[in-house]
Design a protein around this ligand. Structure first.
Ligand code: FES
Ligand code: FES
Length: 173
């Protein structure tokens, strides 16, 4: 089947098998290997991307289901050479160890901050509750998201005119 999926603001058209999972479409068809593949059973959450702005486990979505939709992956978080505040927070607060869960954690954090710019620790833990950090680095992941919330206002306001973006409204970095 031919599908067109807009990934990080850019449309991609490919012929795919109906059984192809979105995680494999991103990794194998588009070469976007920042989306990780862990359990393949909807348990670990390392494959989380934003589908039309909402976190989704891409191992539970067929690529054909994303036809005509927007997908955001970790490769699209930075803009104009500037890391997203969430990425900066993970650096500042040592929010990753092996890094396997990190792309999915950061995308969920981005979604959370778009909904709630000042989340509590409980809010953050609830948001990432469907995702497993094998390194058990939850304390620093929570600190990283709080850092992003506290420093978001320091980020540049807008991308240049004409810059493609598929981010949900409210994402400014
Ligand atoms: S690979 Fe998708 S939830 Fe584990
Ligand atoms: S940093 Fe290793 S799985 Fe989370």
């Amino acid at each position: 089947m031919q599908i067109t999926v807009t990934v990080n603001g850019q449309p991609y058209t490919r012929d795919v098998e109906p059984r192809l999972l979105l995680v494999h479409f991103l990794r194998d068809e588009l070469g976007l290997t920042g989306t990780h593949w862990g359990c393949d059973t909807s348990n670990c959450g390392t494959c989380v991307v934003l589908l039309d702005g909402v976190p989704a486990k891409s191992c539970t979505v067929l690529a054909v289901m994303a036809d005509g939709h927007r997908v955001s992956t970790v490769e699209g978080l930075a803009r104009n050479g500037q890391l997203d505040p969430v990425q900066q927070g993970f650096v500042a607060c040592h929010g990753l160890q092996c890094g396997f869960c990190t792309p999915g954690m950061m995308l969920t954090a981005r979604w959370l901050l778009d909904q709630n710019p000042d989340p509590s620790e409980v809010d953050i833990r609830e948001a990432i509750s469907g995702q497993i950090c094998r390194c058990t680095g939850y304390e620093n992941i929570v600190r990283s998201v709080r850092w992003a919330a506290e420093h978001a206002a320091e980020q540049p306001a807008e991308a240049p005119a004409g810059q493609p973006t598929d981010r949900p409204q409210g994402v400014t970095a």
